[in-house]
Write a protein that binds this ligand. Structure first.
Ligand code: GLA
Length: 344
């Protein structure tokens, strides 16, 4: 789509995120610790006075036109169109929009490209008179992802990309969405490496794991699975017991990790990342052999911690390293895994 010379475009740019710790607990009452990363998505919108939204992108396909009330079609533009339909209900915009998307966020890498695109579209559509906060936009983005797209995700990703700043971790209590931005000390290097193994959350595995967690909580009688006691695990069937063990232990680990970050205890934080990975691999069953190998090599080469990040099933590894060994560490890791890419 070429932009008319005299067009008044509204635009917003939103970063992606990596989750440092606190995985699969954002719908189980846990505290999570995502950090915004530099790659971002920019969304430009402008009213076209018609009854259709025309969506184009440099990374994906387009332009394509959709009726303003058309349902999701399993196309990347669903994220945009869900946001536009929400914005029209709020009377932030009227009629159809021309939309242009420019994204540097890898898709299927566990970096919240979908949350970023929805939040960017909402921010672009939000008029200057609207008093809605970024945190409330994040809640709206979650509803769009749950109801329009059909992925029953928690609130972590939307909050992380709506509020996050690269280099700063967001300690987020997912029960009430209270949060604090915490600086990463200069003596911590966090490297995000994309394995190249892609995955999608729309394939049903996210919903299946989530349902197992909610069923475990129901059988135990806990409002939030993070609050449950390990003493109840024996009463659950083996799969539900594994999911519950991950969630209960990860809830404790992430709180301890926030304390370790506050007190600049890099070694303890790294240890908790390793325990988190092992739990995601063995109890949550969301890792894959290629990622397990990458994590193991990252640690063998001197990282203090490394783990799969996001929902899993592929995507990225986050590692914590002493900055003084970073260059050699990366050289060693890329010698073993020549196709990995550093995201920063
Ligand atoms: C995806 C979801 C999040 C969260 C993570 C796992 O990124 O969108 O809500 O559940 O998986 O921690």
């Amino acid at each position: 789509m070429t932009r008319p010379q005299d067009a008044i475009w509204q635009s917003a740019t939103v970063p992606c995120r990596v989750n440092l710790i606190g995985e699969w607990i954002d719908f189980n009452g846990g505290t999570v610790l995502p950090m915004a990363l530099t790659p971002s998505v920019r969304v430009d919108i402008q009213s076209n006075q018609s009854q259709s939204d025309q969506v184009s992108s440099e990374q994906f396909d387009g332009p394509r036109a959709f009726g303003i009330d058309a349902p999701a079609t399993d196309h990347w533009s669903d994220y945009i169109r869900g946001a536009l339909q929400y914005a029209r209900k709020q009377e932030w915009i009227s009629a159809g929009q021309d939309v242009h998307v420019k994204s540097a966020i890898p898709v299927g890498a566990g970096l919240s490209s979908s949350a970023a695109i929805i939040v960017a579209a909402l921010k672009a559509a939000r008029p200057s008179f609207a008093t809605v906060t970024d945190a409330n936009l994040a809640l709206a983005a979650k509803e769009i992802e749950n109801r329009f797209i059909g992925v029953p995700c928690g609130i972590m990703d939307q909050m992380a990309v709506a509020l996050g700043k690269p280099g700063t971790a967001l300690a987020l209590d997912t029960r009430d969405c209270s949060y604090e931005l915490l600086d990463i000390p200069d003596s911590w290097s966090i490297v995000v490496a994309h394995s190249g193994l892609h995955r999608a959350l729309t394939d049903g595995r996210y919903r299946a794991r989530r349902d197992e967690c909610l069923e475990a909580a129901r059988q135990i009688g806990a409002a939030y699975l993070c609050d449950a006691s390990m003493d109840f695990l024996d009463a659950l069937d083996p799969i539900l017991a594994k999911r519950a063990r991950h969630v209960i232990s990860e809830g404790k680990r992430s709180k301890e990790a926030v304390a370790a970050l506050r007190s600049d205890d890099r070694a303890r934080f790294g240890q908790l990342m390793i325990e988190s990975h092992n739990s995601l691999r063995d109890d949550m069953d969301v890792s894959v052999p290629g990622i397990d190998q990458l994590v193991a090599h990252a640690i063998d080469l001197g990282a203090e911690g490394a783990r799969i990040t996001g929902a899993g099933f592929g995507g990225c590894v986050a590692a914590l390293i002493d900055p003084s060994i970073l260059a050699n560490w990366w050289t060693g890791l890329t010698a073993l895994h020549p196709t990995i890419k550093r995201i920063s």
